[in-house]
Design a binder for this molecule. Sequence first.
Ligand SMILES: [Zn+2]
Length: 232
Amino acid sequence: MSTSKPTQTIGLLLSGGLDSSILAAHLLDSGVSVQPFYVLTGVTWEGCELAAVEGILSVLRSERLRPLITLSLPLADLYEDHWSTTGQHVPSATSTDEAVYLPGRNLLLALKPALWCKMHGIQDLALAALKTNPFADTSPEFFQQLEGVLNSGMEVPIRLVRPFALKDKAEVMRLGARYPLNLTFSCISPVDGLHCGVCNKCAERQAAFRDGSIEDSTIYYDRGATTLLPPR
Ligand SMILES: [Zn+2]
């Protein structure tokens, strides 16, 4: 009989963006098994995100990587004419961070995966919240309270873990430099399946590569807006 400790399985909310994709690779490298989740909410860029998630998982390929679970939580009835579901008036590169806030995002996205984990005996759900995420629903207090709600009256406890909670974007990018970051997807206004190059999230993506001193091989639809690193 083997006396080796069974491999811990950790759930992971995966969006296909830089942070959560780097976290997926980082968790696998740290030796745990990973159960990835993607939540279908009906945002206009969902198809591109899901394709990115599938592409990343196929490249990470590990026996400790479990098949992707997709969970549906349509938000069009709640968000009504919000830009995320209509594609109209999408925040541009010059918009404030507040402009890209999706109401209740972390609460909504964490809910079903957390319950799935509880129902399947997984005790940890990882989220790629960074130290520098600007919104109230990325604060330690928010996750502590959400964890309390999820565990009240339920037999199997769950922990919402944030392995990148003390890291800023540049640190996470440097950690991810050895992974295929070109497969990740960040845009909220894609054109023909490509990053648009002009939305708020494309600007954030370009800045992330720049701040991490990593070459950005993303193909942006609007080539004129692509930020190139200065020659070395
Ligand atoms: Zn974009």
